[in-house]
Design a protein around this ligand. Structure first.
Ligand code: SAM
Length: 310
């Protein structure tokens, strides 16, 4: 009997252990799937190894170069031509900006880091090196190393409570007297209802991850609050998205459409909005395009730049 009782006890305790293990397993599966969801949501903001994504980023680079008629606002061109300058690009993606600069300024040295190695590691100029690294773990370089540190289009990725750390790292690896420049798009003004809806969806999805895009127009104030920086400059350009903005307007229209209609973005955003993929694609490919024919939404791109105190 005693034996039977303890057998029952053992069986019960084994079964409760199993139950506990099962629930632990289910909980860990649940959190794994939540993480996968998060990863999936982030994926279309990261660089992906597909031609469409890489082409879009190259186009985006040449679009911004066209809008500013140059590749940077910091006063370093003479130094780059003379040679010996060291330049770092953080979150360099396929390396469009760096490839452009490294081929033009052959006597200076260029470095790019990205969490995803989508950059061309084999076919590249000799004065350009890429490295796979997560900037949130600290930049893998010593203090006071670079003459110019650049970061472009990361507003979808950096969380509100990470900006100060990121900026402090940019400043740390910059030489005294060197320059930092951060380049970001600022949400459009005068948008019609479809564009407003598309931007609000991204804004809300970002907020769920702790990314607050409403901080971006005030990045100069955030940079200025750091030690070793005295004055932050803003170099801002605006342009109209769509056919009312001429050729440039059509190029940025295409960039926005390809970004929003990638398979990953379509899957994620349509399910978040509770509409079918077809309805979502119609919204972007038909309604958005039609709206742009009769509206003049103004998008801004802003370079925030500063010199590290000598
Ligand atoms: C929108 S893309 C911009 C790429 C490039 N700066 C440009 O303007 O074409 C953002 C880039 O940041 C990279 N990235 C995201 N998180 C990162 C991290 N923690 N550390 C380094 N790079 C990161 C992504 O892989 C992606 O290439």
């Amino acid at each position: 009997m005693g034996n039977n009782k303890s057998k029952v006890k053992r069986t019960l305790s084994n079964s409760s252990k199993k139950h506990h293990q099962n629930s632990q397993y289910l909980l860990s599966k649940e959190s794994e799937s939540r993480n996968l969801d998060k990863e999936k949501e982030l994926t279309y903001y990261l660089s992906n190894h597909n031609d469409e994504d890489i082409d879009r980023q190259h186009f985006n680079h040449f679009f911004r170069k066209h809008i500013f008629q140059n590749n940077f606002s910091v006063p370093i061109e003479e130094g780059l031509i003379q040679g010996g300058c060291k330049v770092l690009d953080i979150g360099c993606g396929p390396g469009s900006w760096l490839l452009d600069l490294a081929s033009k300024y052959e006597n200076s040295y260029f470095f790019g880091i990205d969490i995803k190695p989508v950059y061309p590691n084999e076919i590249k100029p000799k004065n350009l090196e890429f490295c796979e690294a997560d900037m949130f773990n600290g930049l893998p370089f010593p203090d006071n190393e670079f003459d110019f540190v650049h970061q472009e289009v990361m507003s979808f990725i950096i969380k509100a409570d990470q900006w100060n750390y990121v900026i402090s790292e940019l400043i740390r690896v910059t030489k005294p007297g060197g320059f930092i420049e951060i380049v970001e798009y600022i949400s459009p003004e005068n948008s019609g209802p479809v564009l407003t809806n598309v931007y609000k969806t991204h804004f809300d999805l970002c907020l769920q991850r702790g990314v607050d895009m409403s901080l971006i127009p005030n990045l100069d104030k955030i940079i200025e609050s750091h030690q070793n920086i005295s004055q932050v400059h803003r170099d801002e350009r605006s342009f109209i998205i769509g056919p009312n903005g001429g050729k440039a307007g059509l190029v940025i229209q295409d960039i926005i459409i390809t970004f929003n209609t990638s398979d990953l973005a379509t899957d994620d955003i349509s399910s978040k909005k509770g509409i079918s993929k077809e309805e979502y694609k119609n919204m972007i490919l038909r309604d958005f395009k039609n709206e742009l024919k009769i509206t003049k939404p103004k998008l801004k791109v802003c370079r925030f730049w500063a010199q590290k105190n000598a």
